[in-house]
Design a binder for this molecule. Sequence first.
Ligand SMILES: Cc1ncc(COP(=O)(O)O)c(C=O)c1O
Length: 431
Amino acid sequence: MKSLSYGRQWIDENDIAEVVNVLKGDWLSQGPVVKLFEEELAEYIGTREAVVFSSGTAALHGSVIAAGLKEGDEMLTTSMTFVATANAALYAGAEPIFADISKDTLCMAPIKAETKLSRKVKAIVPVSFAGYPINIEPFRAMAKECGAVLIEDACHSLGGVRTDNGGRARKIGRDADMTVFSFHPVKHITTGEGGAVVTDDAEYARRLRMFRNHGITRSAGEFEEEADGPWHSEMQMLGFNYRLSDIQCALGRSQLKRLGMFIGRRRELAEMYRSMLADEEGVCLPPSQEGHAWHLFPIRVGADIRAALFSHLSENGIRPQVHYLPVSLHPYYKRRFGYKKGDFPEAERFYGRTLSLPLYPSMEDADVERVVSCVKSFFKKSKAITFRRAPPLYGNPENVSERDSRRASLYMDGRIAQNRECRYRIGHSTD
Ligand SMILES: Cc1ncc(COP(=O)(O)O)c(C=O)c1O
């Protein structure tokens, strides 16, 4: 049986040919292909600059350094993200602080972010979780108010489109001071590992390029001291080797050509899930929005049955994933900053119920049907078991395995809570 993971790359013969071309050429790293990939990425997004990095994490690190984040500063972000977002602040010696999510978007809630603002906040980093194109205007206003740099972590949303308050649609990547993407294999395009920062600001781009190359510049116009000769280069800041190679950029260029198709297929698959699961009352569907990039398809189910559904899918060759344990609840963050359960209730509530179903562009319609029927069979079985086990009305509990009956009763509890959450999602939210 074909195994379906929550995400995977799609490599075709053209991708392979482009990489082989570079392997046969003169430059494996820092040759002409890096620049070409940067130019094409910037053109695709519509920004003046794109600076590629060895990972999305490195790109985030670069962006906070370019923003000038340092010890004593705070970086405001969401706890419902991959740890790399928050860790970027720590790399710069600053402190990440968190605002809870909105249950309507699963992204940082502006109303909660506002309460965290202070003069110490020097960067605001919203995350377009799962590919949902959040409204960035409130965060831009907050950044302006406290003199912070706005950095969008768009590692989930390359190719997504955002419509602003005036009804204008623009690709994600044009609304913040800097926007960060990841090219990890489960993302919209891949370079194996890789990432990028896009920006319209030439000074940010200059710092980003220097930072990813040990803090070294070879541009005569940037030298602080007189050049010793044509070989002269200067290290002007502490940087890292965060470069992306020509080999990787060749793959990136080739993948970028198919990004439109990848996104289109992700949207089709998400729509299939949405319509096929619409009548499954145990499942709460992820928020949808025009321009969604659909990196993930995170459903919510009853908290007490999530693990059983996870196992049921795994036993049937479907490998879901859970995104994410809130950053604040990782042992390192709890130990270092004293976070505890209950600090970010919406994020924790979401974490307790969510499970990401397989979603990647090379999935076939039949793959989605298989996942959906597996989800449905789980709920059907759980309900049947519940009826059989409940004594004295529904028969003999001996017929049911201990594990199954536990699953079933837990499901019933979870479903009640789940319905409550769905009602909120539709109309009762204030954030
Ligand atoms: C929201 C978010 N930010 C940052 C990263 C880090 O990207 P990378 O894995 O390319 O380092 C990820 C990776 O999954 C992510 O999901």
